[in-house]
Design a protein around this ligand. Sequence first.
Ligand SMILES: [Zn+2]
Length: 385
Amino acid sequence: MRFGVSHVLDAIERRISTDPTAAGGVVDLAEVVRLADLDGGRPAHLLRLGLVIDALARHLSDGAVAMYAVADRALMSDTDLTANERMVIRRWSDDGKVEVVRAGGPAAASRIREVAALTGLPLLTRSPGGYPGLSYAPAPGPTGPQLIPQLPGPGPAAPASVFSRTWRCPERSCPSFGAPGTREPDPFGPPPTEEPREAVSQPPPQLVGGVPHCPRHGVPLQDFGVRPRAVTMSVRVKGVSWHRFVVTEADPVVVGRAPEEEDGVGIGLALDEQGLRWVSRSHVLVELRGNTVQATDTSTNGTSILVRSGPGEPPRRVPLNRGGPAPGRRRPARLRHGRSPHPVHPPRLMASYPRGRAGWLRPRYRHTVATSGWPGTSRPAKPGR
Ligand SMILES: [Zn+2]
């Protein structure tokens, strides 16, 4: 049984990140572990994080999206969790996978609003308070935990301008704002997949009177110079998230059947015969300017964008303007994010854990709720490098 739990915690660990370009939602870990109605188990259970990650993955039809989890320091001494669970949270914090905020500063429940506002990621909570952006409540559903839209968004413009600088914590080995390569790999965690390097994105600083601070150490951060802002886009083919890629202000990305451009995203392998005829080798250019994503049609057959003007409204297909005089002319347009019109069901993180043990995952759903289909963010996550 211990082996089963460890196995699932390892799987969860690969899907938590404080890198906003990897994450698809923000949670307060203390709230999530206590959502007992999701499974009817004991009062606090760390594996509930996996259930909420699965709900997010289904919502976005993206089986690789990660979660940005924030926790109060008190959670690491919460005796409703097992000693093993508390130890795992401590390790996740030391590795920078979960953001544990210092005692005496703003609580995790308010920090998640700040993270959501600065990154543009949706807030996943049952208590959104007055948060003005997109938020969802994790809730039991007929086929498992699901996300119920609560507030329509869109919130503040994101990514916020604070992301245009590189920030460093005076604590050199800070898991959030330390220098790359100063931390030893964790001997108890899954083996690291890549060499230490400057990440494409950083966690959002905590703004205290407008001054960026480290949320872990409560000290002002040092400005290490200009850094391009970054967002993550997702290529979906027939509802399946085929590839996620980061677009920065410095690096526009071309998507197409087989782009010749360096770092272009080729989707030829995902297309059927009709798709191969329709999609050009270099079909669309995606750029980030400040906090606006621009799409420029570079194709033979044209590009449309899906626009939603409010919660519950179906997406409207708007072709990019093709009135230009010359073929191949670049036609900029503002791209709106939207949920895939054909949701699919990615493999569940929690499927590997046996059901029915100690009440865990035993279905006990008291109510079912309808979803309105309001888009998730399509600011999905970093590419599977
Ligand atoms: Zn720090």
